[in-house]
Design a binder for this molecule. Structure first.
Ligand code: B12
Ligand code: SF4
Length: 505
């Protein structure tokens, strides 16, 4: 079949700080190609809707799949589906990805016939059977498939994430992917899943708290095949298992691969596996993203982070000693008042790290969706991008945004000041000389993208598609939140994450 896969446009955050390749969609493309289909991919983070229209006309796809990792992209995806059905009668349209897996039935209803199926869960195993069924019938028996008629069997999980390899060659504008000064930047996956269970996050519920690792040889071979000299490691929590991080490092050393890396991990993992991060800093690990979330114990407990403020601060010192630049994330509670914003500004200015702020947002698939969602002040999907407030704020909304943007811009100015002091000008000049302008643009766009008036105006847009309200669920039975389930190993309970010795193999 001729299959067109689409990644929707960038969200607010990605307009400045980063834009990364859609690795999940590339893996689905890889699997479809292995099953004998002719595949094209378009990423609307780097191309326009006009380009999409042209591609639909020239390629005449028989099936179109849209990637929906982000809730905020759902209205755009439904509009793409409706336009596709008008333009290409008979085309089979389906959605897949992280967020849509949690609201599949509602999205199908909202699309009102423009979407034929949603593939819940991982896409690699689903894509072959789904396309076969689109051609020959039998959609209701495809694992993970949901249609207006109902749900098929539970989605299938890959036994190993070693294959299929992502079809990176199908992306046309690879030079447009970047993260900060790592420009251009590719992405890679070493592990999939997260064994922790933070209340605001759906990474663990999607994979049913499972955790799989790529084999070090395969990971290193894939790294060797990547042309870009910068690589973002997409794992939720990198190097949980020290022997795995060591194994990949050994394979990279053997092949003499040296690149600059950016990864995401937890403070306690960094403290526990310091030697691995040290070894990786020798291999080129430059940046690390730590989801600190809160600066006080009360906040950390609230999000069930299972970490103390001391561990967080100790981790920052450790990273500094290793020469790794850390970006930390703090969750802005809509209950914050002016004083709280002031304390956070003070904290952000007192540490050398890059500080990002994201607004606490209940997402389907998270526990707080079931405890907080009744209080929603809006159900406009587009505002669920963790840069907008969707539950009541203590401050009047416009003042909340003014405080938020003021705090973000104070932090941003500090960050830019430091970067200039530490030689961003040199990096910038080198990037521009290679024709890479993403980082330079980022430096100048902040005020345009982040401004309280724009954020307020976003709340006033007419709403075509609304997020469904959560169905009643006892969150004590957390397995009901899972997309993928696997039987819990004997004798292991949900507290496994607290003890590294009992983390999944
Ligand atoms: C890496 C990552 C990023 C990267 C890269 C994202 C990218 N370009 O795809 C960066 C850092 C840019 C990023 C940014 C953000 N992210 Co992010 N991100 C992740 C993370 C950790 C892993 C995603 C990943 O690459 N996984 C590996 C690949 C192989 O898996 P995958 O993409 O999920 O794809 C699989 C399936 O979803 C499915 N699939 C995917 N697409 C399709 C399409 C079809 C047709 C089919 C059939 C199947 C299918 O099959 C794939 C293979 O199994 C996830 C958490 C998680 N574990 O999923 C959060 C996550 C997706 N991000 C999240 C958020 C909130 C954001 C931001 C909004 C954060 C912010 N600060 O503003 C931004 C917005 C980005 C944007 N689009 O503009 C949330 C989503 C919440 C939501 N419900 O909308 C998540 C779930 C994390 C969380 N805390 O819960 N993110
Ligand atoms: S450790 Fe990170 S990925 Fe895992 S559940 Fe918590 S926030 Fe999500």
């Amino acid at each position: 079949m001729r299959l067109l896969l689409i990644h929707p446009s960038a969200l607010m955050y990605s307009e400045i700080f980063l834009r990364l390749e859609p690795l999940g969609l590339e893996r689905v493309a890889g699997a479809a190609r292995e099953s004998g289909h002719e595949v094209r991919v378009i990423d609307l983070q780097t191309e326009s809707h006009t380009a999409l229209k042209r591609l639909m006309e020239s390629f005449r796809p028989e099936a179109i799949g849209v990637s929906l990792n982000y809730l905020a992209n759902i209205p755009e995806a439904i509009e793409i589906a409706q336009a596709a059905k008008r333009r290409l009668p008979g085309v089979f349209v389906f959605f897949g990805g992280h967020s849509v897996s949690f609201v599949a039935d509602d999205v199908l209803e909202q699309a009102d016939g423009a979407v034929d199926a949603v593939a819940r869960g991982e896409g690699e195993a689903a894509i072959g059977p789904l396309l076969d069924a689109a051609r020959d019938g039998g959609l209701s028996s495809v694992p993970g498939a949901v249609t207006l008629e109902g749900r098929g069997p539970a989605p299938t999980m890959l036994h190993s994430i070693d294959s299929p390899r992502p079809a990176r060659d199908l992306l046309r504008h690879r030079r447009r992917y970047f993260i900060g000064e790592l420009d251009p930047c590719a992405s890679i996956e070493f592990t999939r899943g997260c064994p922790w269970d933070c209340s605001f996050c759906s990474a663990w519920t999607f994979y049913g708290r499972s955790y799989r690792k790529a084999s070090p040889q395969v990971a290193a071979e894939e790294m060797a095949s990547i042309r870009e000299r910068n690589v973002f490691i997409v794992d939720d929590v990198a190097f949980i298992r020290p022997e795995h991080g060591d194994g990949i490092a050994a394979e990279l050393e053997r092949r003499r691969i040296r690149k600059s890396y950016y990864l995401e991990t937890r403070a306690d993992v960094l403290l526990r596996n310091r030697e691995i991060f040290e070894r990786w800093s020798r291999l080129g690990l430059k940046y690390m993203f730590l989801g600190m979330e809160a600066i006080d114990a009360e906040g950390l407990d609230l999000y069930r982070k299972r970490i103390s403020p001391d561990e967080n601060f100790h981790a920052l010192e450790t990273a500094r000693k290793l020469g790794i630049t850390v970006a930390i994330n703090l969750i802005v509670d809509p209950a914050w008042d002016r004083e709280r914003f002031r304390i956070v500004r003070e904290f952000a200015l007192s540490v050398p790290e890059i500080v990002h702020l994201t607004v606490m947002t209940p997402y389907p698939g998270t526990e707080i969706w079931h405890t907080e969602a009744r209080k929603l002040t809006t159900r406009d999907y587009r505002l669920f991008d963790i840069q907008h407030a969707v539950v009541p704020t203590t401050l009047p909304l416009d003042e909340f945004y003014r405080e938020l943007v003021r705090t973000q811009s104070v932090i941003n100015r500090k960050h830019l000041g430091l970067r200039t002091a530490f030689g961003a000008a040199r990096v910038l000049a080198a990037n521009l000389a290679r024709g890479q302008t993403n980082f330079a643009r980022m430096l100048w766009r902040f005020n345009r993208v982040y401004n309280p008036a724009r954020q307020m105006a976003d709340h006033g847009r007419p709403v075509r598609f609304e997020l469904p309200l959560p169905r009643h669920l006892e969150v004590e039975d957390r397995r009901q939140l899972y997309i993928h389930t696997k039987p819990a190993p004997k004798g292991r309970d949900d507290a496994a994450a607290r003890n590294p010795e009992t983390l999944p193999e």
